[in-house]
Structure formats: C-alpha cells, structure tokens
Design a protein around this ligand. Sequence first.
Ligand code: HEC
Length: 162
Amino acid sequence: MKINFKKILTLGFVIFLLLQFYQPARNLDYGRVLPIHFTKTYDVPLDVKNILQTSCYDCHSNSTEYPWYSYIQPVRLFLDNHINEGKENLNFSEFGNYSERKQGNKLEEIVKQIKAEEMPLASYTMIHKNAILTQENKKVLINWIEQTRDSISSQNYMTVVQ
Ligand code: HEC
C-alpha cells in the first residue's frame, strides 16, 4: 500500500487547527482569596508567601499565571493536566478545608518533596527559571513549615492530655 504523506500531513494540520477551538475555562480566581486559603489559615511570613507564590501556586492553587503559549493546543492540555493533578494533591487556596490531620500530613509531604527536589516539577522549572528553589529558599520554607507542623501536633497533644 502506498502511504500518502501529503494527505496525512493535511489531515494532521486540520486536526491541529480544530483543536485550537478547544479552550476550556482557565484556573483563575480573579483575586478572590478564600478565607480557607493557606495564608489565612496560618500566619505565613512574607518571604514564605513569595516563594510559594513564585514556585508552587501555578499548579497548587486556584490561580494560575498562564504563559502566552498556553493559548496553543495541545500545550494547554498538557498544562491543564499538571494543574488538575497538582490541585488534587495539594491546593493552597483551599488548604483550610483539610482536616487538621491532613494539613499536618501535607506540610510533611511538602518538606519531603522539597528535600527530594521533586517539586517544583522539572518540566516547569525548565521554562520558569525563577521558580527554581535556591538553597536559601529551601531553608526558609523547610524551617517555617517544620515549625508550623510541630505547633499543630503539639496542639493536638494538648487536647488529648486535657
Ligand atoms: C508544574 C506544576 C507544579 C508545580 C509548579 C509544583 N507542583 Fe507539586 N505537584 C504537581 C503534580 C502534577 C503533583 C502530583 C503528581 C506528582 O506527585 O508528581 C504534585 C504533587 C505535589 C505534592 C504531593 C502531595 C501529596 O500529598 O502527595 C506536594 C507536597 C507538592 N506537589 C508540593 C509542591 C511545592 C511545595 C511546590 C513549590 C515549591 C510545587 N509542588 C510546585 C505539580 C506541580
């Protein structure tokens, strides 16, 4: 059978064009910060806030800063996949909705992911160079998160003892 490359290319191009019409709703909260946001649940210092905003919120909050190429499909599908999966695992915008136990586990998980250099995702930092965590960033994040994590568990301990 003779393969008609020209037809295949044309068909591929048509599919690519049609795919551009698929532009689902974006992950945006238009500045509406919920009372269950991480920064309302805890007294988060400014430096920690800034690091999380720059390196984590695009995938772990209700507000993504979309790059220009997000308008191109199938790039958008790839980004959405990370955002949906990221939010499902950890959503800073709705952190206060987690049970105390879950909050503690997530804080622990954050420290683990940072120490293992799993987060932010490498495919993300390849383009978003400013999201790469410096040694100093890691120290600031880990110190504060571990401190917060300990204060939750000691509160729980107190309630058990009383
Ligand atoms: C490009 C998107 C993206 C960015 C940016 C990103 N993450 Fe993630 N994160 C994901 C995805 C997707 C998952 C789920 C799959 C996996 O674990 O790889 C995840 C999983 C996690 C988990 C695991 C949650 C659990 O309980 O299993 C933690 C913790 C986490 N991320 C923390 C962070 C932190 C902290 C930052 C910023 C320093 C960050 N992530 C930046 C996409 C991202």
